[in-house]
Design a protein around this ligand. Sequence first.
Ligand SMILES: [Zn+2]
Length: 234
Amino acid sequence: MYLSNYFFYAIIPMLLSLWAQAKVRGTYSKYSQIRTKTGVTGAEAARKMLDVHGLSDVTIERVSGTLTDHYDPSKKILRLSEGVYSSNSVAAVGVACHEAGHAYQDADQYHWLSLRTNIIPLVNFGSMLGPILFMVGLVFSGFLGRFGQTLSYAGVIIFGLSAVFAVVTLPVEFNASSRAKAWLSNTGLLYQDEQEGVADVLQAAALTYVAAAIQAITNVMYYASFLNRNNRRR
Ligand SMILES: [Zn+2]
């Protein structure tokens, strides 16, 4: 029972996550080889997309690493990785416009993004305190009795905020990609087949967020099942 629980809650989601990461790397590297026919780079496309929405105050910076691209709402900076910033590949334009999509969400006060930003401190606190409560409750359960059990369950629930975060991330990511694709379909920067390439890249990226959410949820379920089993035994 214990092993099958572990297999169901931990191994399968981990394999799913590894598969999704391999898929996004493969898709990204495939479309990194395909140049845009207009020659537009990631940074140029993102700049255009931002300016059209009246976001000329958002600056674009280069950041080291691969797929480290992100938008920083607190500083209004869009950071693009080396392989995206100056590259004129289909993948680069897709990723850059997805990040510009996050800047759009910020400007429009898109509620899922606001919620996601607001719960970050709570999630960080929970992922620190949750495991501590869980362990203390478990280790001292003989000594603390029922209170120890309650403490452990409280730990699981607080730790569960990380799963809430991973789930709230989903609409934020899907919506940023939709905004990127919608904008690209209206600009003439990319041809039809290139737009399909962008859709492929963004769909693969979305898959990694789905896998991460499943992993976060099953992780919490695993801790809960561990407690249930432990309590049934005593
Ligand atoms: Zn994103």
